[in-house]
Ligand binder design. Structure first.
Ligand code: FES
Ligand code: FES
Length: 155
């Protein structure tokens, strides 16, 4: 199988690794780097659980090949909390509003809204629901998630 050597920054740390050209970024993050906070659900771009930031933009890591991470800055959910484990405001808002149950969908939603709130810090409820439409959650009914994002946004 064809392989390539890539250098990428993940959560501020630089890695140079040899990857199969067909390895997805999700699998690379999870299996090569041990960043298992990135979850893999549908593996075809529907559920959103694999969402990471690539150069600050939310992207489906199951639809991205690891070789496409060459020279890019990747952020996963592991980047959000402080080194001492303190939750960031968005994570804390999820906790405050019981916005997760099993938590499988949560990392992807956190990463999507890390990107979105940076671009639109005061979203309407309709705008939050529009972005949340790119994520499937089987547990919560979404109400707590919307409330958490509203709290984090201060809206
Ligand atoms: S695992 Fe990537 S969108 Fe579902
Ligand atoms: S909290 Fe279980 S899938 Fe969302």
């Amino acid at each position: 199988m064809d392989q390539r050597r890539i250098t990428t920054a993940v959560n501020g740390q630089h890695f140079t690794e040899t990857v199969n050209v067909r390895t997805t970024l999700a699998d690379f993050l999870r299996h090569a780097l041990g960043a298992t906070g990135t979850h893999v659900g549908c593996e075809h771009g529907v559920c959103g659980s694999c969402t990471v930031l690539i150069d600050g933009i939310a992207a489906r890591s199951c639809l991205t090949f690891a070789v496409q991470a060459e020279g890019r800055d990747i952020k996963t959910v592991e980047s959000l909390a402080a080194p001492d484990g303190a939750l960031n405001p968005l994570q804390q808002a999820f906790r405050n509003n019981h916005a997760l149950q099993c938590g499988f969908c949560t990392p992807g939603i956190l990463m999507s809204f890390t990107d979105y709130l940076a671009r639109n810090p005061r979203p309407s409820t309709a705008e939050i629901r529009e972005v949340l439409g790119g994520h499937l959650c089987r547990c919560t009914g979404y109400a707590g998630i919307v409330a958490a994002i509203e709290e984090a946004a201060g809206s």
